[in-house]
Write a protein that binds this ligand. Structure first.
Ligand code: ZN
Length: 178
């Protein structure tokens, strides 16, 4: 087993894993399928609608999502690419790696997503609204981009103390590990 699934957990800002550009997935094996299952379980447990591999410390281009938060709507996207983004809309977003922080983010209302499944089979689909938003948010994660990079001046002020608290929490945990 390539990944230590038992010890996988959602990492929080400002963990450096969240700032890394992830490498393309090249091995479509049972380990990858097991990773996706574990990520879906963590996402559901956290009541999130999307979770990208760097959020569990794995620096590979894969994310999971379920726009309804239900298992029947779960999707796994490997090596995803956003194409033909169109129509900008602003909406509130949160992130499982930045608990307690919600900010307004402008994104394409509509786009096309090209990806592979866990067996390496290519697929693509048209996405709009929430599904398009989740795909863009998660693809950002694979490039080390967070919603914090997209917030406006009002949110910058409003989130300041919450981010400081997360930074302090990270430092004390890092200290405890030493
Ligand atoms: Zn996120």
């Amino acid at each position: 087993m390539k990944y230590d699934l038992e010890s996988l957990r959602i990492v929080h800002y400002p963990d450096p894993c969240l700032r890394k550009k992830c490498a393309p997935v090249t091995a479509f094996d049972t380990d990858l399928a097991a990773l996706a299952d574990r990520m879906l379980a963590l996402m559901m447990a956290g009541k999130g609608v999307g979770l990208a591999a760097p959020q569990v410390g794995v620096l590979e281009r894969i994310f999971v999502m379920s726009h309804t938060c239900k298992p029947e709507d779960a999707r796994v996207l490997v090596n995803p690419v956003i194409r033909e983004p169109a129509g900008m809309v602003e909406a509130e977003e949160g992130c499982l790696s930045i608990p307690g922080v919600h900010v307004q983010v402008r994104r394409a209302q509509h786009c096309r997503i090209v990806a592979q499944d866990v067996s390496g089979k290519s697929f693509e689909f048209e996405a709009a609204d929430l599904i398009a938003r989740i795909c863009q948010h998660e693809t950002d994660h694979l490039n080390g981009v967070l919603i914090l990079d997209k917030m406006g001046p009002t949110d910058r002020i409003a989130t300041k103390s919450a981010l400081k608290a997360l930074e302090a929490q990270y430092r004390s945990k890092a200290g405890a590990r030493r």
